[in-house]
Design a protein around this ligand. Structure first.
Ligand SMILES: [Zn+2]
Length: 125
């Protein structure tokens, strides 16, 4: 069961401290998890919510444990980056397929052949 008491407490704070805001976000994320927010968002066509990771480094940290956690973040983000690249490319393809191109000579072309860019959609020929 989600802990709404901290959220109620937070609402009474006139000047929340940084630690209060961090606790609020963590509490809200717990509430959202109990409501299957990620599943609901994915089913509605949205990406996953991204968890935060630790960026501060202290000498006496449990580095082995933190490295394992950071590697999980790293691989998840790499998968997400590939997925984002694919989604962007699909949308660019649709955009370029439906564009009434306005071709403009690409003067920066390195091989000195005639290349053209569409100044509306970025297509290249
Ligand atoms: Zn175009």
């Amino acid at each position: 069961m989600a802990d709404w008491s901290y959220i109620d407490h937070f609402r009474t704070l006139a000047n929340p401290e940084p630690g209060d805001i961090i606790t609020l976000e963590s509490t809200l994320n717990n509430v959202l998890n109990t409501l299957d927010s990620n599943v609901i968002h994915i089913q509605a066509g949205y990406s996953k919510r991204w968890p935060r990771y630790l960026t501060d480094i202290e000498e006496d940290d449990d580095h082995s444990k933190i490295i394992d956690e950071l590697r999980k973040h790293y691989w998840a983000r790499e998968r997400q980056q590939k997925k984002l690249t694919s989604i962007i490319q699909k949308r660019e393809k649709i955009l370029q397929k439906n564009c009434e191109h306005v071709w403009e000579k690409d003067c920066d072309s390195r091989d000195h052949r005639s290349h053209y860019d569409c100044k509306k959609c970025g297509a290249y020929r």
